[in-house]
Design a protein around this ligand. Structure first.
Ligand code: GDP
Length: 605
């Protein structure tokens, strides 16, 4: 430490911008203090850091409070990105001077599971399909438009709250009206309440559709009573909540429902400029074989055209093709039109804003600034976020520490990624925090394993699996890779882990060890390894792994075991034997064959 400022030197006035993960060496000069001063202060608070170690947000804020500085923490690269956005997309933007015209409303259907959201969405969609029309085949792209009595409405066809919340969490406001479906035979349920809260929080008008009116035990009055308790007083009781009784199954009441949606939309005076550079929100995106990155975007203003240079999150490109909800290629898409975009460099994220740039270079530089920022955030080793893997989590909790679960999350499509993220976030408690080290769409790769290893994380896969090489790497590196196909299973298990209630784990117990002395090729049988048993017992049929210089090179089982010319069931330490290798043929002298058993070890809870 070369300079030493007296600790009562004045701190700079006004807001001091500090990047997250800055070191004591970075922060010191900004608040007119030395790195040593910060380190000493933190030491007195019980935190031991070095001058070049990234500090946590808490540490920076604590120190700022100590010296009376006003700091604003920003993500690394945030400032540059904001500057680029202003330069390329706002400052010279004449587009917003184009007069706005009415646009169709965008509707999201929410409600409890099994209350009929999907059926309702299907029914509404079919009102649009002209009987016998060729190309009446619709394609699920995450949203669709219908024409009804000369008016157009757009529907997000991913019912469920996760998507809605995830979008909102990322700042995307795509929904103008929420239809809350409540089954008349079931009533207000937990997810109904959740939906009400979501709509309220987003300040989006809500229409209640009392569904399943065809059922004998339908009790609409009870529903009115129940929703009133949540502040939704029906019109017929003098409130202002619109309630429509429907049967998604029989198709009754749907006309009235759509009429009410349009009425509510009219009150909202929804307008957007129909031309100029388009702006929209990414609804979902994934990587498709043969098509590359495909993103469904809801255009919110302007006109999106084939050939436009676009940017969404860290993805950019020239629009190669636009495909509508009928699966048809179109040339342009205006406000409230959902459309699939082909031509992105990579799949963007649901909730990302999509913008048309002046030219590809602008789109690229903004995308690259964002990618850079994401990298900086993702790879910053920050002091005191020494999170744990799933299997160590409970130990941390038991020690009474605030436990942190580090997760690398991979999922098949953007929508499920967002849904898993949201659901995992909900599991956070005061004593158990979640750190998403990395999230992404696609299979579990060796990179994911490396990252998980480096950051002491567990990889969670949803509808994706590791390929052989990453699985082997994970095994070799001791990285856990639980995979799931059902979201509630995922939630259930992670929650159980947090409570220390995981099902029993199996531990591998090594039972024998043999050293390969020579490998023989025997016609029709394959390779036989001549071995010397160094330890324990080698038993036929037991599981084995082959180690070369301490690294596992293969795992499998023993097919044949011989002692001299005879088959043997087991061979003890100190003897020689021949081990038949089923499909692994590449053993060398000096390799170790290790046999093991799996035994259940009870969890200490
Ligand atoms: P979601 O989970 O809210 O999307 O519910 P679904 O649309 O999958 O519907 C759940 C079940 O309720 C399905 O078996 C539907 O056929 C049934 N269902 C939906 N709407 C109605 C309705 O109006 N009347 C009757 N009787 N059954 C319905």
């Amino acid at each position: 430490m070369t300079t030493w400022q007296p600790s009562n030197a004045p701190v700079p006035d006004g807001e001091i911008i500090i990047e997250r993960g800055s070191t004591a060496k970075d922060v010191g000069p900004k608040v007119n203090r030395s790195a040593a001063d910060i380190i000493r202060f933190l030491f007195l608070q019980g935190e031991i850091v070095t001058a070049v170690q990234g500090l946590s947000d808490d540490m920076i804020e604590l120190y700022a409070a100590e010296v009376g500085a006003t700091v604003r923490l920003v993500d690394p690269g945030e400032q540059q990105e904001a500057a680029l956005l202003a330069k390329f997309f706002d400052e010279d933007d004449q587009d917003d001077e184009i007069p706005a015209v009415p646009r169709p409303p965008v509707v999201t259907v929410m409600g409890h599971v099994d209350h009929g959201k999907t059926l309702l969405l299907d029914k509404i969609r079919k009102t649009n399909v002209i009987a016998g029309e060729a190309g009446g085949i619709t394609q699920h792209i995450g949203a669709y438009q219908v024409k009804w009595k000369g008016k157009t409405l757009a529907f997000l066809d991913t019912p469920g709250h996760e998507a809605f919340t995830a979008m909102r969490a990322r700042g995307a406001m795509v929904t103008d009206v929420v239809i809350l479906v409540v089954a008349a035979d079931d009533g207000v349920m937990p997810q109904t309440v959740e939906a009400i809260n979501h709509a309220k929080a987003a300040n989006v008008p809500l229409i209640v559709a009392v569904n399943k009116m065809d059922k004998a035990d339908a009790n609409p009055d009870r529903i009115l009573q129940q929703i009133s308790e949540y502040g939704l007083v029906p019109e017929k009781w003098g409130g202002d909540t619109i309630v429509v009784e429907i049967s998604a199954l029989q198709g009754t009441g749907i006309d009235e429902l759509l009429e009410q949606v349009l009425l509510v939309a009219e009150i909202g005076e929804l307008v957007a400029r129909p031309t100029g550079r388009a702006v929209g929100s990414v609804l979902e995106a994934n990587l498709e074989v043969g098509r590359g990155p495909v993103a469904t975007v809801m255009v919110q203003k302007g006109l999106l055209s084939v050939g436009d240079p676009v940017v969404a999150g860290a993805a950019f490109g020239k629009v190669k093709a636009l495909i509508n909800d009928q699966g048809k290629q179109i040339k342009t898409a205006g406000p409230s039109t959902p459309v699939q975009i082909l031509g992105f460099s990579e799949p963007p994220f649901a909730g990302d804003e999509m913008r048309v740039a002046h030219d590809l270079a602008h789109a690229r530089s903004l995308a690259e600034a964002r990618a850079q920022r994401a990298r900086l955030i993702g790879h910053q080793p920050v002091a005191s976020t020494s999170g744990a893997r799933l299997e160590d989590l409970f130990e941390q909790i038991q020690r009474g520490e605030t436990a942190t679960l580090n997760v690398v999350l991979k999922a098949d499509v953007q929508g499920s990624l967002e849904a898993c993220t949201e659901s995992l976030r909900k599991l956070e408690r005061d004593d158990v925090k979640l750190v998403l080290v990395h999230r992404g769409v696609g299979g579990i790769t060796e990179n994911d394993v490396q990252l998980a290893k480096a950051s002491n994380a567990t990889i969670i896969g949803f509808n994706v699996r590791p390929d052989k090489r990453s699985r082997e790497l994970a095994e070799a590196e001791g990285v856990e890779v639980p995979t799931y196909e059902i979201i509630y299973k995922l939630i259930e298990e992670i929650e159980a882990a947090m409570l220390g209630l995981l099902s029993p784990v199996f531990e591998e117990v090594v039972t024998g060890e043999a050293e390969v002395r020579e490998v023989f090729r025997v016609p029709k049988i394959g390779a036989i390894a001549g071995c010397f048993v160094r330890d324990g017992v080698i038993t036929r049929g037991s599981k084995v792994r082959f180690l070369r210089e301490g690294t596992i090179i293969w795992k499998g089982s023993i097919t044949s075991l011989r002692r001299f010319k005879d088959d043997a069931r087991e061979v003890q330490a100190g003897f020689e034997c021949g081990i038949g290798l089923s499909d692994y043929q590449d053993l060398k002298d000096g390799d170790i064959i290790e046999t093991f058993e799996e035994r259940e070890i009870p969890r200490t809870a």
